[in-house]
Design a binder for this molecule. Structure first.
Ligand SMILES: Nc1nc2c(ncn2[C@@H]2O[C@H](COP(=O)(O)OP(=O)(O)OP(=O)(O)O)[C@@H](O)[C@H]2O)c(=O)[nH]1
Ligand SMILES: [Mg+2]
Length: 404
Protein backbone atom coordinates (compact mmCIF):
# COMPACT_ATOMS: atom_id res chain seq x y z
CA UNK A 1 0.00 0.00 0.00
CA UNK A 2 2.75 2.43 0.89
CA UNK A 3 4.45 1.54 -2.35
CA UNK A 4 1.34 2.53 -4.23
CA UNK A 5 1.16 5.82 -2.38
CA UNK A 6 4.79 6.54 -3.23
CA UNK A 7 4.09 5.73 -6.85
CA UNK A 8 1.09 8.06 -7.02
CA UNK A 9 3.17 10.85 -5.51
CA UNK A 10 5.94 10.23 -8.00
CA UNK A 11 3.46 10.43 -10.87
CA UNK A 12 2.31 13.84 -9.65
CA UNK A 13 5.89 15.06 -9.53
CA UNK A 14 6.58 13.78 -13.04
CA UNK A 15 3.47 15.38 -14.47
CA UNK A 16 4.42 18.85 -13.22
CA UNK A 17 4.84 21.26 -16.09
CA UNK A 18 7.16 24.16 -15.42
CA UNK A 19 5.99 27.45 -16.93
CA UNK A 20 8.45 29.71 -18.75
CA UNK A 21 8.67 33.36 -17.81
CA UNK A 22 10.70 35.96 -19.67
CA UNK A 23 11.84 38.88 -17.54
CA UNK A 24 12.45 41.80 -19.84
CA UNK A 25 13.60 45.30 -19.00
CA UNK A 26 16.53 47.68 -19.24
CA UNK A 27 19.69 46.95 -17.34
CA UNK A 28 19.39 47.91 -13.70
CA UNK A 29 15.58 47.80 -13.75
CA UNK A 30 15.60 45.17 -11.03
CA UNK A 31 15.05 41.94 -12.97
CA UNK A 32 17.46 39.83 -10.94
CA UNK A 33 16.20 41.29 -7.68
CA UNK A 34 12.64 40.39 -8.63
CA UNK A 35 13.54 36.81 -9.56
CA UNK A 36 15.45 36.38 -6.31
CA UNK A 37 12.59 37.74 -4.25
CA UNK A 38 9.80 35.75 -5.88
CA UNK A 39 11.52 32.39 -6.19
CA UNK A 40 13.86 32.55 -3.18
CA UNK A 41 16.91 32.18 -5.39
CA UNK A 42 20.29 33.56 -4.51
CA UNK A 43 22.96 35.35 -6.52
CA UNK A 44 24.81 32.14 -7.33
CA UNK A 45 21.74 30.58 -8.87
CA UNK A 46 21.12 33.42 -11.28
CA UNK A 47 24.70 34.54 -11.93
CA UNK A 48 25.43 35.39 -15.56
CA UNK A 49 27.69 32.42 -16.17
CA UNK A 50 25.19 29.98 -14.64
CA UNK A 51 22.53 30.78 -17.24
CA UNK A 52 22.32 28.84 -20.45
CA UNK A 53 22.73 31.27 -23.38
CA UNK A 54 19.67 31.22 -25.61
CA UNK A 55 20.27 34.33 -27.72
CA UNK A 56 22.84 37.12 -27.57
CA UNK A 57 21.14 38.70 -24.57
CA UNK A 58 18.90 36.03 -23.08
CA UNK A 59 19.86 33.28 -20.74
CA UNK A 60 17.82 30.43 -19.36
CA UNK A 61 17.69 29.65 -15.63
CA UNK A 62 18.02 27.60 -13.56
CA UNK A 63 20.82 25.79 -15.30
CA UNK A 64 21.22 22.92 -15.24
CA UNK A 65 17.46 22.63 -15.06
CA UNK A 66 16.67 21.82 -11.49
CA UNK A 67 13.49 19.80 -10.95
CA UNK A 68 13.29 21.15 -7.41
CA UNK A 69 12.60 24.58 -8.86
CA UNK A 70 9.82 23.87 -11.35
CA UNK A 71 10.14 27.09 -13.33
CA UNK A 72 12.03 28.25 -16.40
CA UNK A 73 13.20 31.84 -16.38
CA UNK A 74 14.65 33.85 -19.25
CA UNK A 75 16.69 36.84 -18.11
CA UNK A 76 18.92 39.29 -19.95
CA UNK A 77 21.64 40.02 -17.44
CA UNK A 78 23.41 43.34 -17.87
CA UNK A 79 23.17 44.26 -21.53
CA UNK A 80 25.24 47.28 -22.45
CA UNK A 81 23.28 50.51 -22.40
CA UNK A 82 25.19 51.75 -25.42
CA UNK A 83 23.77 48.86 -27.42
CA UNK A 84 20.09 49.48 -26.93
CA UNK A 85 19.25 48.90 -30.58
CA UNK A 86 20.94 45.52 -30.51
CA UNK A 87 19.06 44.65 -27.36
CA UNK A 88 15.74 45.59 -28.90
CA UNK A 89 16.45 43.58 -32.02
CA UNK A 90 17.52 40.59 -29.97
CA UNK A 91 14.46 40.85 -27.72
CA UNK A 92 12.03 40.92 -30.66
CA UNK A 93 13.79 37.96 -32.25
CA UNK A 94 13.77 36.09 -28.94
CA UNK A 95 10.03 36.65 -28.45
CA UNK A 96 9.31 35.48 -31.97
CA UNK A 97 11.34 32.32 -31.58
CA UNK A 98 9.80 31.52 -28.22
CA UNK A 99 6.22 32.19 -29.19
CA UNK A 100 3.69 29.47 -29.70
CA UNK A 101 3.97 29.98 -33.47
CA UNK A 102 7.59 28.86 -33.58
CA UNK A 103 8.06 26.33 -30.79
CA UNK A 104 7.46 22.59 -31.19
CA UNK A 105 4.95 22.48 -28.34
CA UNK A 106 3.19 24.68 -25.84
CA UNK A 107 5.61 23.41 -23.20
CA UNK A 108 8.51 25.16 -24.92
CA UNK A 109 7.06 28.59 -25.48
CA UNK A 110 7.08 31.58 -23.16
CA UNK A 111 3.95 31.57 -21.04
CA UNK A 112 4.36 35.02 -19.54
CA UNK A 113 6.46 38.16 -19.83
CA UNK A 114 7.21 40.39 -16.89
CA UNK A 115 8.07 43.65 -18.52
CA UNK A 116 9.95 45.82 -16.03
CA UNK A 117 9.94 49.58 -16.08
CA UNK A 118 12.06 51.29 -13.45
CA UNK A 119 9.56 53.48 -11.58
CA UNK A 120 12.33 55.47 -9.90
CA UNK A 121 13.58 56.71 -13.28
CA UNK A 122 10.08 57.66 -14.43
CA UNK A 123 11.07 57.22 -18.02
CA UNK A 124 9.41 55.28 -20.78
CA UNK A 125 11.86 54.20 -23.46
CA UNK A 126 11.15 54.21 -27.17
CA UNK A 127 11.45 50.42 -27.23
CA UNK A 128 9.05 49.72 -24.36
CA UNK A 129 6.03 50.10 -26.57
CA UNK A 130 7.51 48.03 -29.36
CA UNK A 131 8.37 45.07 -27.13
CA UNK A 132 4.99 45.12 -25.42
CA UNK A 133 3.17 45.31 -28.73
CA UNK A 134 5.24 42.46 -30.16
CA UNK A 135 4.52 40.21 -27.18
CA UNK A 136 0.81 40.93 -27.51
CA UNK A 137 0.77 40.26 -31.24
CA UNK A 138 2.49 36.94 -30.58
CA UNK A 139 -0.23 36.14 -28.02
CA UNK A 140 2.24 36.04 -25.15
CA UNK A 141 0.60 37.21 -21.91
CA UNK A 142 2.41 40.19 -20.45
CA UNK A 143 2.37 41.95 -17.10
CA UNK A 144 3.96 45.35 -16.84
CA UNK A 145 5.91 45.63 -13.62
CA UNK A 146 6.78 49.06 -12.30
CA UNK A 147 9.88 48.18 -10.33
CA UNK A 148 11.67 49.91 -7.45
CA UNK A 149 8.47 51.74 -6.50
CA UNK A 150 9.88 52.41 -3.04
CA UNK A 151 12.12 55.12 -4.46
CA UNK A 152 9.53 56.69 -6.73
CA UNK A 153 7.67 59.69 -5.35
CA UNK A 154 3.90 59.13 -5.32
CA UNK A 155 3.37 61.98 -7.77
CA UNK A 156 6.00 60.64 -10.16
CA UNK A 157 4.48 57.22 -9.95
CA UNK A 158 1.00 58.37 -10.79
CA UNK A 159 2.33 60.46 -13.68
CA UNK A 160 4.28 57.49 -14.99
CA UNK A 161 1.17 55.36 -14.89
CA UNK A 162 -0.84 58.02 -16.67
CA UNK A 163 1.79 58.37 -19.36
CA UNK A 164 1.97 54.62 -19.75
CA UNK A 165 -1.79 54.22 -20.10
CA UNK A 166 -1.75 56.95 -22.72
CA UNK A 167 1.06 55.34 -24.71
CA UNK A 168 -0.41 51.86 -24.47
CA UNK A 169 -4.03 52.80 -25.19
CA UNK A 170 -3.92 52.09 -28.91
CA UNK A 171 -2.06 48.80 -28.47
CA UNK A 172 -4.65 47.71 -25.95
CA UNK A 173 -7.44 48.65 -28.28
CA UNK A 174 -5.94 46.79 -31.19
CA UNK A 175 -5.31 43.69 -29.12
CA UNK A 176 -8.69 44.09 -27.44
CA UNK A 177 -7.17 43.63 -24.02
CA UNK A 178 -6.30 45.60 -20.94
CA UNK A 179 -2.68 45.38 -19.88
CA UNK A 180 -2.02 44.69 -16.26
CA UNK A 181 0.29 47.19 -14.60
CA UNK A 182 1.64 46.26 -11.18
CA UNK A 183 3.76 48.14 -8.66
CA UNK A 184 6.58 46.28 -6.98
CA UNK A 185 9.44 46.89 -4.56
CA UNK A 186 11.55 43.74 -4.52
CA UNK A 187 14.71 45.02 -2.87
CA UNK A 188 13.79 48.29 -1.18
CA UNK A 189 16.12 50.76 0.49
CA UNK A 190 16.32 50.65 4.32
CA UNK A 191 13.16 51.96 5.91
CA UNK A 192 10.94 50.90 3.00
CA UNK A 193 9.15 47.59 2.78
CA UNK A 194 9.00 44.87 0.18
CA UNK A 195 5.71 45.19 -1.65
CA UNK A 196 3.67 43.93 -4.56
CA UNK A 197 5.22 40.47 -4.75
CA UNK A 198 2.17 38.53 -3.57
CA UNK A 199 -0.02 40.47 -5.96
CA UNK A 200 2.33 39.85 -8.87
CA UNK A 201 2.40 36.16 -7.99
CA UNK A 202 -1.39 35.94 -8.00
CA UNK A 203 -1.72 37.85 -11.26
CA UNK A 204 0.94 35.66 -12.88
CA UNK A 205 -0.82 32.44 -11.89
CA UNK A 206 -3.97 33.82 -13.48
CA UNK A 207 -2.13 34.81 -16.64
CA UNK A 208 -0.39 31.50 -17.41
CA UNK A 209 -2.26 28.47 -18.76
CA UNK A 210 -3.81 26.51 -15.91
CA UNK A 211 -1.79 23.36 -16.46
CA UNK A 212 1.35 25.30 -15.48
CA UNK A 213 -0.05 26.95 -12.39
CA UNK A 214 0.76 24.18 -9.94
CA UNK A 215 4.45 24.37 -10.81
CA UNK A 216 4.38 28.15 -10.44
CA UNK A 217 2.71 27.88 -7.04
CA UNK A 218 5.40 25.44 -5.94
CA UNK A 219 8.30 27.51 -7.30
CA UNK A 220 7.30 30.84 -5.79
CA UNK A 221 8.16 31.53 -2.17
CA UNK A 222 6.26 34.75 -1.41
CA UNK A 223 2.68 33.58 -1.14
CA UNK A 224 2.90 30.62 1.21
CA UNK A 225 -0.86 30.25 1.66
CA UNK A 226 -1.33 29.53 -2.05
CA UNK A 227 0.61 26.33 -1.53
CA UNK A 228 -2.12 24.81 0.62
CA UNK A 229 -4.22 23.89 -2.37
CA UNK A 230 -1.36 21.94 -3.94
CA UNK A 231 -0.43 20.30 -0.63
CA UNK A 232 -4.02 19.25 0.12
CA UNK A 233 -4.41 17.72 -3.28
CA UNK A 234 -1.28 15.66 -2.65
CA UNK A 235 -2.59 14.49 0.74
CA UNK A 236 -5.94 13.64 -0.85
CA UNK A 237 -4.20 11.60 -3.53
CA UNK A 238 -2.26 9.65 -0.91
CA UNK A 239 -5.41 9.03 1.15
CA UNK A 240 -7.37 8.10 -1.96
CA UNK A 241 -4.99 5.22 -2.63
CA UNK A 242 -6.72 3.37 0.23
CA UNK A 243 -9.83 3.17 -1.92
CA UNK A 244 -10.53 1.51 -5.21
CA UNK A 245 -12.15 3.09 -8.23
CA UNK A 246 -15.65 2.82 -6.83
CA UNK A 247 -14.40 4.24 -3.57
CA UNK A 248 -14.52 0.92 -1.82
CA UNK A 249 -11.75 0.01 0.56
CA UNK A 250 -8.94 -1.93 -1.01
CA UNK A 251 -8.58 -5.29 0.68
CA UNK A 252 -5.20 -5.68 2.27
CA UNK A 253 -4.96 -2.10 3.50
CA UNK A 254 -3.93 -3.43 6.85
CA UNK A 255 -2.80 -1.13 9.63
CA UNK A 256 0.66 -2.54 9.37
CA UNK A 257 0.84 -1.70 5.71
CA UNK A 258 -0.33 1.85 6.21
CA UNK A 259 1.13 2.86 9.53
CA UNK A 260 4.51 4.26 9.19
CA UNK A 261 5.69 7.79 9.00
CA UNK A 262 4.94 8.05 5.29
CA UNK A 263 8.34 9.61 4.54
CA UNK A 264 7.63 10.11 0.82
CA UNK A 265 4.45 12.01 1.54
CA UNK A 266 6.15 14.17 4.16
CA UNK A 267 9.15 14.89 1.93
CA UNK A 268 6.88 15.73 -1.03
CA UNK A 269 4.95 18.18 1.13
CA UNK A 270 8.15 19.83 2.36
CA UNK A 271 9.17 20.31 -1.27
CA UNK A 272 5.98 22.19 -2.02
CA UNK A 273 7.03 24.65 0.67
CA UNK A 274 10.54 24.78 -0.84
CA UNK A 275 11.91 23.79 2.53
CA UNK A 276 14.46 21.54 0.88
CA UNK A 277 16.17 24.64 -0.45
CA UNK A 278 15.16 27.37 1.92
CA UNK A 279 15.95 25.73 5.22
CA UNK A 280 19.58 25.34 4.34
CA UNK A 281 19.79 28.94 3.25
CA UNK A 282 18.03 30.24 6.33
CA UNK A 283 20.45 28.75 8.78
CA UNK A 284 23.94 30.01 8.15
CA UNK A 285 26.06 27.53 10.05
CA UNK A 286 24.08 24.35 10.40
CA UNK A 287 21.85 22.65 7.91
CA UNK A 288 18.39 21.33 8.59
CA UNK A 289 17.23 19.52 5.52
CA UNK A 290 14.06 17.68 4.63
CA UNK A 291 15.35 14.37 5.90
CA UNK A 292 16.00 15.84 9.32
CA UNK A 293 12.48 17.29 9.37
CA UNK A 294 10.94 14.00 8.30
CA UNK A 295 12.85 12.26 11.09
CA UNK A 296 11.64 14.78 13.64
CA UNK A 297 8.11 14.34 12.33
CA UNK A 298 8.48 10.57 12.70
CA UNK A 299 9.34 10.77 16.39
CA UNK A 300 6.50 13.19 16.99
CA UNK A 301 4.04 10.87 15.23
CA UNK A 302 5.21 7.99 17.42
CA UNK A 303 4.85 10.16 20.55
CA UNK A 304 1.22 10.88 19.88
CA UNK A 305 0.44 7.71 17.97
CA UNK A 306 -1.43 6.04 20.79
CA UNK A 307 -3.89 8.91 20.97
CA UNK A 308 -4.37 8.96 17.22
CA UNK A 309 -4.76 5.24 16.92
CA UNK A 310 -7.17 4.81 19.78
CA UNK A 311 -9.27 7.58 18.26
CA UNK A 312 -9.45 6.35 14.68
CA UNK A 313 -9.14 2.62 15.00
CA UNK A 314 -12.07 0.53 16.20
CA UNK A 315 -11.93 -0.15 19.93
CA UNK A 316 -11.08 -3.78 19.42
CA UNK A 317 -8.46 -3.09 16.85
CA UNK A 318 -5.66 -5.61 16.73
CA UNK A 319 -2.61 -4.66 14.72
CA UNK A 320 -2.29 -6.84 11.66
CA UNK A 321 -5.98 -7.41 11.24
CA UNK A 322 -7.63 -6.08 8.12
CA UNK A 323 -8.97 -2.59 8.56
CA UNK A 324 -11.15 -0.59 6.33
CA UNK A 325 -9.87 1.90 3.82
CA UNK A 326 -11.48 4.59 5.97
CA UNK A 327 -9.17 3.97 8.85
CA UNK A 328 -6.11 3.85 6.65
CA UNK A 329 -7.19 7.00 4.83
CA UNK A 330 -7.92 8.76 8.13
CA UNK A 331 -4.43 8.04 9.32
CA UNK A 332 -2.88 9.47 6.16
CA UNK A 333 -5.15 12.51 6.22
CA UNK A 334 -4.29 13.30 9.83
CA UNK A 335 -0.56 13.07 9.24
CA UNK A 336 -0.65 14.86 5.87
CA UNK A 337 -2.88 17.74 6.92
CA UNK A 338 -1.04 18.24 10.22
CA UNK A 339 2.28 18.28 8.42
CA UNK A 340 1.01 20.77 5.85
CA UNK A 341 -0.14 23.17 8.57
CA UNK A 342 3.16 22.79 10.37
CA UNK A 343 5.18 23.46 7.23
CA UNK A 344 3.09 26.52 6.51
CA UNK A 345 3.74 27.80 10.02
CA UNK A 346 7.47 27.11 9.71
CA UNK A 347 7.58 28.94 6.39
CA UNK A 348 5.76 31.96 7.70
CA UNK A 349 7.37 32.19 11.13
CA UNK A 350 10.80 30.90 10.54
CA UNK A 351 12.06 31.74 7.07
CA UNK A 352 11.91 35.44 7.78
CA UNK A 353 13.41 35.26 11.22
CA UNK A 354 16.77 34.38 12.64
CA UNK A 355 15.87 31.24 14.54
CA UNK A 356 18.66 28.70 14.79
CA UNK A 357 18.34 25.01 14.12
CA UNK A 358 17.40 24.14 17.67
CA UNK A 359 14.70 26.76 17.85
CA UNK A 360 13.24 25.65 14.54
CA UNK A 361 13.28 22.05 15.67
CA UNK A 362 11.48 22.87 18.91
CA UNK A 363 8.95 25.02 17.12
CA UNK A 364 8.38 22.31 14.54
CA UNK A 365 7.89 19.49 17.07
CA UNK A 366 5.51 21.43 19.25
CA UNK A 367 3.46 22.66 16.35
CA UNK A 368 3.27 19.28 14.67
CA UNK A 369 2.09 17.57 17.87
CA UNK A 370 -0.57 20.25 18.26
CA UNK A 371 -1.70 19.93 14.62
CA UNK A 372 -1.85 16.13 14.83
CA UNK A 373 -4.31 16.37 17.68
CA UNK A 374 -6.30 19.03 15.90
CA UNK A 375 -6.64 17.05 12.69
CA UNK A 376 -7.29 13.84 14.53
CA UNK A 377 -10.45 15.47 15.90
CA UNK A 378 -11.36 16.89 12.53
CA UNK A 379 -10.80 13.72 10.50
CA UNK A 380 -12.42 11.49 13.10
CA UNK A 381 -15.72 13.18 12.29
CA UNK A 382 -15.63 11.85 8.73
CA UNK A 383 -16.52 8.46 10.02
CA UNK A 384 -18.52 7.02 7.17
CA UNK A 385 -17.77 6.32 3.56
CA UNK A 386 -19.84 9.17 2.15
CA UNK A 387 -18.29 11.79 4.43
CA UNK A 388 -14.81 10.51 3.79
CA UNK A 389 -15.32 10.58 0.05
CA UNK A 390 -16.70 14.12 0.18
CA UNK A 391 -13.81 15.27 2.33
CA UNK A 392 -11.16 13.82 0.02
CA UNK A 393 -12.89 15.34 -2.99
CA UNK A 394 -13.10 18.77 -1.35
CA UNK A 395 -9.37 18.60 -0.67
CA UNK A 396 -8.73 17.82 -4.32
CA UNK A 397 -10.96 20.63 -5.52
CA UNK A 398 -9.31 23.12 -3.20
CA UNK A 399 -12.54 23.84 -1.32
CA UNK A 400 -11.27 22.93 2.10
CA UNK A 401 -10.01 25.88 4.08
CA UNK A 402 -9.45 25.36 7.78
CA UNK A 403 -8.94 28.22 10.20
CA UNK A 404 -5.35 29.11 11.02
N1 LIG B 1 15.33 50.78 -4.02
C1 LIG B 1 15.25 49.65 -4.71
N2 LIG B 1 16.33 49.17 -5.33
C2 LIG B 1 16.21 48.02 -6.03
C3 LIG B 1 14.99 47.32 -6.10
N3 LIG B 1 15.17 46.24 -6.88
C4 LIG B 1 16.45 46.28 -7.27
N4 LIG B 1 17.09 47.33 -6.77
C5 LIG B 1 18.49 47.71 -6.94
O1 LIG B 1 18.72 48.07 -8.29
C6 LIG B 1 19.98 47.61 -8.73
C7 LIG B 1 19.84 46.76 -9.98
O2 LIG B 1 19.05 45.63 -9.67
P1 LIG B 1 19.16 44.29 -10.48
O3 LIG B 1 18.14 43.39 -9.92
O4 LIG B 1 20.54 43.81 -10.52
O5 LIG B 1 18.75 44.78 -11.93
P2 LIG B 1 18.75 43.95 -13.29
O6 LIG B 1 17.56 44.39 -14.04
O7 LIG B 1 18.89 42.53 -13.02
O8 LIG B 1 20.04 44.51 -14.01
P3 LIG B 1 20.93 43.79 -15.11
O9 LIG B 1 21.20 42.40 -14.68
O10 LIG B 1 22.13 44.63 -15.17
O11 LIG B 1 20.18 43.84 -16.39
C8 LIG B 1 20.59 46.85 -7.57
O12 LIG B 1 21.46 47.69 -6.89
C9 LIG B 1 19.39 46.52 -6.69
O13 LIG B 1 19.72 46.44 -5.33
C10 LIG B 1 13.87 47.85 -5.40
O14 LIG B 1 12.75 47.31 -5.38
N5 LIG B 1 14.05 49.01 -4.73
MG1 LIG C 1 20.26 41.05 -13.62
Amino acid sequence: MNNEIDQELKKIQEKLKPPSIAIIGRTGAGKSSLIKAIFGLDDDEIAVDVGLPVTKSYRKYPNPYNPDIPIILYDSPGYEVSKTDDFLEDTLKFLGEKSLYNTPSVDDCIHLVWYLIHAGLSRIEYFDKQVIETALSLKIPIIIVLSQCDIAKPKELSELKKKLSYILADIEQRANTQLKIMEVSADPIPGKTVSGLKELTKASIKAIPESYSEAFIRAQTVNVKLKRRVAYSLVATAAGVCFGSAFVPIPGSTPISIIGTQPTLLASLAKIYNLDRLLDKGVATVTLGINALVAIAGTTILDVATTIFSAIFPPLFIPGESITGIVAASYILIIGLAYTSTLEAVSINYLNSNMNREEVTTFFKRRFAYELKRYQKEVQQKSDMKMMKEFIESLKRGDYNPQD
